[in-house]
Design a binder for this molecule. Sequence first.
Ligand SMILES: N[C@@H](CCC(=O)N[C@@H](CS)C(=O)NCC(=O)O)C(=O)O
Length: 209
Amino acid sequence: MKLYENTQAPNARRVRMFLAEKGIELESIQVDIIKGENLQADFLSKNPRGLLPVLELEDGTCIDETMAICRYFEDIQPENPLFGHDAKSKALIESKNRQIEFDGLLPLADILRNSAPNFANRAIAGRENVQAISELIPRGKSSFLEFLNRLEQLLTQNEYIAGEYFSVADITAFCVIDFASWVKIEIPATHCNTITWYNKVVTRASALA
Ligand SMILES: N[C@@H](CCC(=O)N[C@@H](CS)C(=O)NCC(=O)O)C(=O)O
């Protein structure tokens, strides 16, 4: 098996962190997004959407989408479950994970893609000739700050994002928070619960993945 990924890319990091939690090692093939390698024929034959990460199985099957790749490994190695252990925890983790993707990751992507000179003509991941729209930057910022406020609220009740256990939702949230530093947004100093949670997750060995 091979993982097509990029060490800088937040979604690829989510997979690496998941694999590290499971103790799984994989061959990694680096795809340079800035140089546009993900938009060239070689990579498009693995994923026509031009997006990383992609898992290539031994039989040549290519699986894209971060969560699909993580679920594949959860199924083949169920020990130390990260998607939950019963109906309730599975549903809560799924719910929180999707909220973080939509309410946290997408606004950040909007800020970065519409402000970074490297992406001026690639304002949507995996596509070319899509012009940046600077008006989307303040909208992304206010949506992301709202997301941080909700996260802080959530962490007043929960030790981890979806309850008392570390899960894939913590991986997503942790990678999103680190990704925010790319656009110079940090956890506000007033968000004590989020800071406590972050300081706990950052000590896990998988945080280095
Ligand atoms: N929903 C997809 C999103 C994948 C995605 O946006 N990947 C980024 C890297 S984090 C990418 O491939 N960007 C390519 C580009 O910027 O052209 C997933 O979860 O895998």
